[in-house]
Write a protein that binds this ligand. Sequence first.
Ligand code: SAM
Length: 284
Amino acid sequence: MDCGLYVVATPIGNFGDMSQRAVDVLQAADLIAAEDTRHSQRLLQHFAVDTPVMAYHDHSDECAQGRIEACLTTGGSVALVSDAGTPLISDPGYRLVRFVQERGFAVRPVPGACAAIAALSVCGLATDRFLFEGFLPARSDARANRLAGLERENVTLIFYEAPHRIEACLQSMVEVLGGEREVVMAREMTKTFETIRRGTLAELAEFVAGDSNQQKGEIVLVVAGKERVEQELGADVAALLSRLAEELPASRAAAVVADCTGLRKKQLYQYLIAMKEDNGRGQV
Ligand code: SAM
């Protein structure tokens, strides 16, 4: 096995998702650096891996990094694993990858499960562009601030959330992003109680609040980006609407265009409001 640091993804629940290459790398490595050695033992035993294991997290002392460097310096290989999924994705490893690269050693990916990507793959929302936000702040005011900064993003948003905060998180999202926004909750993916639930934020908040079982386990939320209304209206209608709004109040301009096109007045009006907020002009 070539010398270097191998960043090895492990399953997010179902051991059947472990790749053969991940098993081979863990068995052949000289050392495994694990986020939590006790947690990883179950996986390692299951796959008959008896490679020495040491603890590594991003606040590990120089001694831990020194042990990894010593192994690489003698031509050895080190495998990095986290508790589940892909290391470095809301998990430790970033500092170690930098440390190893800066010393001129190779860092190689052994790809596999990642909860964010698994959720994205089944969400049925736009996947052409997305923003991974990881965990929102635990404090409600900080969480609301973070969400406010994302309110105008028109790409799909991915969040990790702890089960004991899911209810409060959804409530915050309803307040800041609006109850009508589409969302998908991917809970306990690849496990016995896997739940993939889609709805508006208001619907999902109500569903989760009304069933304590939905407040358990591991959860990813995938939230639709702000509607790209202009794309839906078409460039001609958007231009006509904007021009009319220079002569008429927004609600009148929206009503006229709704009459002529059959589009919803509310959607047209919201487009004008959003435009006004965007560029501070328009006769609204
Ligand atoms: N590195 C991991 C990855 O690649 O997805 C993520 C680690 S992060 C500390 C743990 C969070 O990932 C959980 O709180 C949850 O939001 C999400 N997660 C992990 N496994 C999951 C699963 N089976 N179903 C849903 N979400 C999961």
